[in-house]
Structure formats: C-alpha cells, structure tokens
Design a binder for this molecule. Structure first.
Ligand code: SAM
Length: 296
C-alpha cells in the first residue's frame, strides 16, 4: 500500500502497484437491472433473524436516529431536510474522491446496500440513471418508498438474505454502502456480502464500502445492547426498552483490513484504495474496489 500525497486525505492508501489505473467508460446497452421475482422470500439465515427484528424495532421507534446516531437527534430530533442534506454532502464527497482517484465509472446503475429510508439513494439519483436501494427491514423500505416518491429513478427492495441474489452478475456501475456492514452480527455474512459486491459489479465498476477494521474490547462490550437483547428475549416490548430504559440493540462488528482485502481479492475484486479514520478505540476503513474485466 502507498500513501497518497496531498492534503485531501492523509489516511488514503492506494493498494497494489502504487498507482490507480484509469478505467475507461464502458458502453452499456441497458441501464435497468432485472430484479429476480423468485428471490423475494424470507429464507434468511438464522443469524440474521434477530438482526432483522432489531432493525424493524429501530425503524419503528426512531428510524432517523438509528440511521444517523447523533445524540442530539435522538427520539425524533432529526429535521428531515437536514437529515437528507447530510446524505447529499456525503455522496458529493464520495464522488469527489472517485474523481481524485481517477476511478471513472458508468452512470447507469447504482446499488445502495442497507439503504435505510433512502438518505443516500436519493442523493445518487441525479448521478445515475437507476438507483437501487436494498435493506433488511421492511419498515425501512416502506419509509424509503414514502419519503422518496419524487425520485422516480429510485427503486427500493427488501433483501433479507446473506447474498444479493435479487441481482444478476454484472449489474452495477457503482455499489455504495455506509454504516451497514458494521452492524451485521456475523463475519461470515459480512464476507458473503463483500463477495456479492464483486459478483454484481460491472467490469470497470466501483464498490465503495465502509467497515471498521478495529474496535477496542472496551467498546465491544456494549452493555446497553446486551441488556436490550436479554430483556427483549424475555418478552419486554421494544418501545419500553428504547423509550423508557434508554437501551438499543445496535451492534458493532469489525474485520481486520487484511482479511477484507483477501476476501475481495479471492472473489476477483481489486482493492484500489483504503481510507482509514482512527481513534484509540475504533478504526473505520472505507474500501474502493474495482472488478477488472476478466482476461481470457
Ligand atoms: C445505520 S443505518 C444506515 C442507512 C444508510 N446506509 C444511510 O447511511 O443512510 C443501517 C441500515 O442497514 C440496514 N441493514 C442492516 N443489516 C442489513 C443487511 N444484512 N442487509 C441489508 N440491510 C441491512 C438496516 O436496516 C438500516 O436501514
């Protein structure tokens, strides 16, 4: 890995030979992806069942705070315009980074994995012809559809499995996910999503995903989450646990960067750059992954 000189991001690292190849814009014949109707079932792995229920709970009691957990915005404190403006800023920053990395991509299809109520999906809508948001929570998907009626090129789909089998290979010019993989409880499932990102990416497309690479033992303890899980399992209502007892079920997970990189590489992806932000308790990395065209 090589540090990128310059002031725009000190922690940005290039992976590989020390430079980023510029990918040519590919010619696409169609921009819409066939979403498979067969796979809308609920055959999610057992590990995802409690996880899905937690997100349904959160989507009912305080969806915007569950998405952007600013302590001053808890219990319905988010202003909707401000909430969506934060998504606009985030997406503008990501597109700017792609430019700086000279990662040129097509503008036909985007996937926002773990879209919540579409905060980021709608911000991509002016940049891609069709934007797909998927989420594990029906309530989040309902919220996304309700709040983004004007964004006619955004589609939202429920995805409760550990894959992206809704979508065929080579579906997306860009895949983006932020603040999602860190909450998935099982590392094997996170890795399955990473492999799916590579599979569904077009040759020359870019997947940008955030995932912590380290969380201190102290921060992993999460007593409020453990208490929530215990009390919920004995039948206490989520509204009481969240509103009255101040507990929540949000889990934090991480995978060391080297393990992420080898998972991506073994799936056929290329990690071009890792952008890492660090505090003593926590290290979060954003990976910029491309899928080179297959060579015969
Ligand atoms: C913290 S929110 C972030 C939402 C969105 N990425 C944003 O930044 O606005 C996490 C979202 O990921 C969804 N999620 C969690 N696990 C998921 C999974 N395995 N597959 C799809 N969505 C998932 C949750 O339902 C929730 O909407």
């Amino acid at each position: 890995m090589v540090s990128v000189p310059g002031t725009w991001h000190d922690s940005l690292m290039l992976v590989g030979r020390g430079h980023i190849p510029a990918y040519p814009l590919l010619a696409f014949e169609q921009c819409r992806v066939e979403v498979s109707a067969r796979n809308r079932g609920k055959e999610h792995p057992v590990q995802l069942e409690p996880h899905k229920r937690n997100w349904e709970d959160l989507a009912e009691v305080d969806p915007l705070w569950a998405i952007l957990s600013n302590s001053q915005r808890q219990h319905g404190g988010w202003d909707l315009d401000e909430f969506f403006a934060a998504g606009e800023r985030e997406v503008a920053g990501v597109m700017d980074t792609l430019q700086r990395l000279q990662l040129r991509i097509g503008d036909k299809t985007l996937l926002d994995f773990g879209c919540g109520v579409g905060r980021l999906t709608r911000a991509f809508a002016s940049r891609f012809q069709t934007c797909y948001g998927v989420d594990i929570s029906e309530r989040m998907i309902e919220g996304a559809e309700r709040l983004n009626k004007d964004y006619t090129n955004c589609q939202f789909h429920l995805n409760t499995v550990d894959s992206l089998r809704l979508f065929p290979d080579d579906s997306f010019d860009m895949i983006y996910t932020n603040l999602v993989l860190q909450h998935v409880p099982d590392r094997a499932i996170i890795k399955s999503y990473l492999r799916e990102f590579v599979r569904t990416l077009n040759a020359g497309g870019v997947a940008v995903f955030q995932l912590p690479s380290y969380i201190s033992l102290r921060r992993q303890l999460q007593p409020r989450r453990r208490m929530y899980t215990l009390l919920r399992s004995v039948g206490l209502p989520h509204t009481l646990l969240y509103n009255k007892l101040g507990l929540n079920p949000i889990k934090m997970n991480f995978i060391p960067a080297q393990e992420v990189i080898s998972t991506v590489q073994s799936a056929g992806g290329q990690v071009n750059c890792v952008d890492t932000k660090q505090t003593p308790q926590y290290q979060s990395s954003t990976y910029f992954v491309t899928r080179p065209a297959a060579t015969s």
